[in-house]
Design a protein around this ligand. Structure first.
Ligand code: N01
Length: 538
């Protein structure tokens, strides 16, 4: 069965549902197909204990509806995963979105029909969509790394992947638990599981920087204050470098006195969470400035950990703060002071195998009942490159991106007309508040669709030249930063064989928005707008 439709959105996370709402408001017939059996994207899958957002709730929420903003009451400064999932489900009901969402519907193939200027999209269950526009809202962290070790199948206990957390309630009481990985997922679940398990062992390959969340309940007064002038808060976020609402001190960290710098870091440490990285404008630009922030964090870590050997292992030294995604934690480091918690350094003595009883490293064997992989994702491109996406003249997206993602504005790819990517590589994406960035892009896209409707434009395609210029611009901006000094998932270093290029756009959400606005104002310069009017193309 083939369904003819104006717009097909792939992915029912925050971005996909927002795209559905935006397109529907324009009167475009729109469907969302979602591989999973629930809405919410990463917030649906990552149901591990301790999962919560590290962007403040007031900012990690939709801005498109002032009524929604006023109605919803966040309970904590940093919302937990269950509360975020409740929110997205509320939004789906509030705006009657579910009737156009097809769950358990995995796209396996999408091919552009040049003559008709439409996308033919095939799903695993045999259903087919024929859409005038295709929006890829598949997430940047939704293809979990399927880490395995030799002998894994022999392990008698339970193995869990943090990004595919099982639906049954896991009771850690009396259990010996292992966590492999110390990125944000590992850092968030460690203190929570430690409180319940008989023993917890964390296997760390790379120590990471982490900043206290300074989480707290949202008081009625704070709720009222934000809601009295929510627009001002949204505008502040839109005009801040990463969409978090923090504007850095415009001075260099090394141009202020040591006392002033220490005071600024201390204030940010106790309040800003992730925004600590924005205490001074050049923390991620200048090595010397970064050294001051990295050193400050190392001293704070040292204060939290009693055992000198563990303290040393938990202290990141090999890369500048922020060049790998830092965590925002709630008691992570102090958890290692508990008698039931161990840290195993697998950078020097790697895991060699799983055994029926547990984990074997080069130096020792550790028995477990439950082993949790918190080893992350094939970031940015993993989910986009899973299905076969075939553009004009049979070009495969996978082939086009074989040396790294190429796009214009992160939104569109030459040879793939009428296909648009939300918060993908080449856009601020994971360097920003992704919810804000997705709304910016979707508002811009719906304006483009309106322009097409008014001007009888059937086909929108990034030009090869614009794409080339954008890739150069993204690289040039990245080279101004310290990000490129460190292998990280920003650089494609998390997966063996992945092209090592800087994936997101580091020019900031405000700078990016200005480029989007300029592009629209110029009549969409950089895009080829094909006026052939074809019936059925919105
Ligand atoms: O994944 P990660 P994550 N054997 O890639 C280790 C977002 N997020 O799921 O660094 C052993 O950061 C790996 O070690 P190394 C956020 O953007 C947000 O924790 O490769 N270890 C690392 O320690 C975050 O950045 C929230 O040496 C292996 C860890 O596993 C992103 O998701 C919450 C290994 C992976 O860390 C990803 O976070 C959670 C192996 N084979 C996540 N492979 C919010 O609060 C990897 N590792 C919003």
């Amino acid at each position: 069965m083939t369904t003819m439709i104006d717009v097909l959105v792939i992915g029912a996370g925050f971005a996909g549902l927002r795209a559905l709402h935006g397109c529907r408001e324009m009167g475009l017939s729109t469907s969302v197909v979602e591989a999973g059996d629930g809405i919410g994207g990463v917030w649906y899958y990552n149901q591990y204990p301790g999962a919560r957002c590290d962007v403040e709730s007031f900012d990690y929420s939709y801005r498109f509806s002032p009524e929604l903003e006023q109605e919803w009451r966040w309970s904590e400064r940093y919302a937990t995963q269950p509360e975020i999932l409740k929110y997205i489900n509320h939004v789906a009901d509030r705006f009657d979105l579910r009737r156009d969402v097809y769950l358990n519907t995995r796209v396996v193939r999408a091919e552009y029909d040049d003559g008709a200027m439409r996308w033919i999209v095939d799903c695993e269950d045999g259903r087919q969509w024929n859409a005038g526009r295709l929006i890829l809202a598949m997430g940047q962290l939704s293809a979990p790394k399927q880490t395995t070790y030799p002998g894994q199948e022999t392990f008698a206990g339970r193995i869990i992947y943090s990004a595919q957390w099982p639906k049954d309630k896991i009771d850690f009481t009396g259990k010996r638990v292992a966590i492999i990985g110390t990125g944000s997922s590992g850092v968030q679940m460690t203190p929570v599981i430690a409180r319940q398990a008989a023993q917890l062992t964390v296997f760390q390959r790379t120590a990471n920087y982490s900043i206290p969340a300074a989480n707290a309940p949202v008081s009625d007064a704070e709720d009222r204050m934000v809601k009295t002038d929510y627009r001002a808060r949204r505008e502040a976020a839109r005009n801040s470098p990463s969409g978090l609402g923090f504007v850095p001190d415009p001075r260099s960290a090394i141009d202020v006195s040591a006392e002033e710098r220490e005071a600024a870091y201390s204030a940010a440490w106790n309040r800003l969470g992730f925004g600590f990285a924005l205490t001074f404008r050049d923390i991620l630009l200048n090595q010397q400035s970064n050294d001051t922030a990295s050193d400050f964090i190392r001293r704070r870590i040292a204060e939290q950990v009693e055992d000198p050997v563990i303290r040393d292992l938990l202290t990141p030294r090999d890369f500048p703060f922020g060049t790998r995604r830092p965590s925002v934690d709630s008691g992570y480091f102090a958890t290692f002071n508990r008698p039931n918690v161990k840290l195993v350094d697998i950078s020097t003595a790697p895991i060699t195998a799983f055994t029926p009883d547990g984990i074997q490293t080069r130096d020792a064997e550790y028995p477990f009942d439950i082993i949790i992989y918190a080893t992350g994702f094939d970031a940015f491109t993993g989910s986009l490159l899973k299905p076969d996406i075939i553009g004009r003249d049979g070009v495969q997206l996978r082939d086009k991106w074989s040396a790294g993602p190429i796009s214009f504005l992160g939104l569109a790819v030459q040879s793939f007309p009428n296909m648009f990517i939300i918060v993908g590589p080449g856009s601020p994406s994971l360097l920003s508040n992704v919810l804000l960035s997705s709304e910016e892009q979707i508002d811009w896209l719906t304006a483009l669709f309106e322009h097409c409707r008014q001007n009888a434009i059937g086909e929108v395609e990034a030009s090869a030249e614009a794409e080339q210029d954008w890739v150069e611009h993204v690289n040039a901006r990245a080279q101004e930063t310290l990000y490129v000094k460190t292998p990280s998932y920003y650089m494609g270093a998390e997966m063996p064989g992945k092209p090592q290029v800087f994936m997101p756009y580091s020019g900031g959400v405000r700078g990016y928005r200005r480029i989007l606005e300029k592009t629209a104002a110029s009549g969409y310069e950089g895009f080829t707008l094909n006026k052939r009017a074809v019936q059925g193309v919105p």
